[in-house]
Design a protein around this ligand. Structure first.
Ligand code: CA
Length: 226
């Protein structure tokens, strides 16, 4: 829980500092941004674990920021609004936020909400045995078999395959895969995903010659298809 980096988007400086204080005391790292149009760049630069997003912001309003963010990232977002009656409207907009907090809020409430959303966002710790066609992946034993033959995978390859198998047919961007496998994303690191995929394909192909399971979606990323 500790050390997770949170991005606070709030144009009222005093409120932003207050939020930051709460979250630092709860063991998080936190960075404040005051303009909506700076959020996407900050997220790229910091790869925070969660965003607290004020609704009324200069540069770009919170709803638009959230919509834009959802096109490129599934990072958890908690919207912060000054009015209770806005919450229903916000939920109705289906902008992709994970939770909502009303101003004025208590420190305890903010910290509790942040922790709850982060907990939900984390992959389940429980035993996970995933099956996709001839491939079986066991999160507990960290073993993968193809047609019953065990594969020797690196942690990154294992993580990648686990993400792809978790949502077959879903197309993942390289950035998303980086986020999910490494827990962070940097500009220019996308190519590392290509290398991992290449190695993963080679290892799978040994037991499934001529059959491509991890497909390249040009201009987007990769998906698993069996
Ligand atoms: Ca505001």
């Amino acid at each position: 829980m500790a050390d997770e980096h949170l991005l606070i988007v709030e144009d009222e400086v005093k409120l932003a500092e207050l939020l930051k204080d709460y979250l630092l005391k709860a063991g998080f790292k936190a960075t404040c941004v005051s303009r909506g149009d700076e959020v996407l760049d900050k997220i790229r630069a910091l790869s925070p674990a969660l965003v607290l997003l004020d609704l009324m912001l200069p540069g770009m309003d919170g709803v638009t920021v959230c919509r834009e963010l959802r096109k490129v990232s599934d990072i958890p977002v908690i919207m912060v609004t000054a009015r209770v009656d806005e919450i229903d409207r916000l939920i109705g907009l289906e902008i992709g936020a994970d939770d909502y907090i009303c101003k004025p809020f208590s420190p305890r409430e903010v910290v509790a909400r942040v922790k709850a959303v982060l907990r939900r966002a984390r992959p389940a710790e429980a035993s996970q045995r995933r099956v996709a066609g001839p491939i079986v992946l066991d999160e507990n034993t960290r073993q993968v078999t193809v047609d019953g033959h065990p594969l020797n995978l690196t942690p990154s390859e294992f993580g990648l395959l686990g993400v792809l198998m978790g949502s077959p047919e879903r197309v993942f961007s390289r950035g998303e895969l980086l986020d999910k496998v490494q827990g962070y994303r940097f500009e220019g690191y996308d190519r590392t995903i290509d290398s991992h995929i290449k190695n993963l394909r080679k290892k799978i192909a040994v037991h499934l010659p001529g059959r491509e399971i991890i497909l390249t979606i040009y201009g987007v990323g990769y998906k698993l298809s069996v």
